[in-house]
Design a protein around this ligand. Structure first.
Ligand code: FMN
Length: 352
């Protein structure tokens, strides 16, 4: 797969998952269970948004043994995203740069696929975004919440993709307050017919700490159900080996993102004061990095790039390491690990 153009390789991976007769995984050890946002996760390891943007393979992904899958980002109307090439692998750094720009088959197609699988169960979150040419971006999020509520386990409000011009401005306090007021009102409306559907906000690791203060304050005031920390970074760490390739515009993910994303997670954790749980995402590529994410403040985990470089075996490897950590901590539970190192992480020098 690595010999192929990265986007062709991804298309092929999705096709293979569609065809592969994957067996149902063995039940998880009960000590890996997590209860968050009113949902019962069989284990804390999830697939991040962007892998299955159009809900083509959520059930195949669940059969890999993950505790949940997030599909999307979905936009209301179909759009093709940026011109190719728009996906780049930094093999020597185990990083990925993408500037896909919300290529999406659009709400109706994705909704049909999810509606056809609801009886199969499993936690499938829906990551929602705005069309690039939208005149009223808040309405796009509200519309998707209203239409997808019956088939979504939870929603993620993606305001942190770097590849839709202006989208990240929705993280500014006044804009965010306005957006979340409308989103939370939609959440309450749809709950009357579809039952409660938690709403999470996914943020960029590139916020300043002053901006993070505002984002957390608004998220708490508007009573969102959780946050995902976070999306790809537009920064480029100083020590990248493929410095030339890293000049491609777009969001960087994978191993080079780990330090920044984990620092921002810990910074978020200390500000949230357990008002809601956090999903830690960015650079998880092993059991050890997954454990470090939980200790920095993550109740749940998501990964994408780690799958590209480490393959599917990364999922059982992470679960084994988390279980070993729980056992070593007897009579502790996974929950006891969450945030154990958050204060210490925030005291380290800033990752460069
Ligand atoms: C190719 C690619 C496409 C992505 N598309 C989305 C997306 O549509 N929506 C989103 O919220 N995040 C998207 N992401 C970001 C991931 O969900 C995740 O936040 C980020 O990659 C960091 O995790 P990782 O280091 O484990 O990959 C994408 C990432 C990659 C590599």
């Amino acid at each position: 797969m690595r010999a192929l153009d990265p986007e062709d390789a991804h298309t092929l991976a999705v096709r293979a998952l569609k065809l592969a007769p994957l067996p149902r995984p063995a039940a998880d050890d009960p000590r890996l269970q997590v209860r968050a946002f009113g949902l019962n996760f069989p284990n804390p390891v999830g697939i991040a948004a962007g892998f299955d943007k159009n809900a083509e393979v959520p059930d195949a992904l669940l059969r890999l043994g993950v505790g949940f899958v997030e599909i999307g980002t979905v936009t209301p109307r179909p759009q093709s995203g940026n011109p190719r090439p728009r996906l780049f692998r930094l093999d020597a750094d185990e990083g990925v740069i993408n500037r896909l720009g919300f290529n999406s088959q659009g709400g109706s197609m994705v909704l049909q696929r999810l509606a056809a699988r609801t009886a199969r169960g499993g936690i499938v979150g829906v990551n929602v975004g705005a069309n690039r040419d939208s005149q009223d971006r808040s309405s796009d999020y509200v519309h998707l919440i209203e239409t997808f509520a019956p088939v979504a386990s939870y929603f993620t409000i993606n305001i942190s993709s770097p590849n839709t011009p202006g989208l990240r401005d929705l993280q500014q306090a006044a804009a965010l307050d306005d957006l979340l007021a409308r989103v939370v009102a939609a959440r309450e409306r749809v709950a009357l017919r579809a039952g409660p559907t938690p709403v999470l906000v996914k943020i960029a690791p590139d916020l300043t700490l002053a901006e993070l203060d505002d984002v957390v304050a608004v998220a708490r005031r508007r009573a969102v159900n959780g946050m995902i920390v976070g999306n790809t970074t537009i920064s480029r760490p100083a020590n990248l080996r493929q410095a030339e390739a890293a000049k491609q515009a777009g969001g960087l993910s994978g191993k080079p993102l780990f330090a920044l994303a984990t620092r921002m997670l810990a910074e978020t954790y200390v500000r949230v004061e357990e008002a809601f749980p956090l999903i830690g995402c960015g650079g998880i590529d092993s059991g050890a990095s997954a454990l470090a994410k939980m200790r920095a403040g993550a109740t749940l985990l998501q990964l994408y790039s780690g799958l590209v470089f480490r393959g599917l075996a990364i999922v059982p490897a992470i679960k084994r390491e988390l279980l070993a950590a729980v056992q070593a901590n007897r009579p502790g539970s996974l929950a006891d690990l969450v945030g154990a190192d958050a204060a210490a992480v925030t005291a380290e020098s800033w990752p460069t």
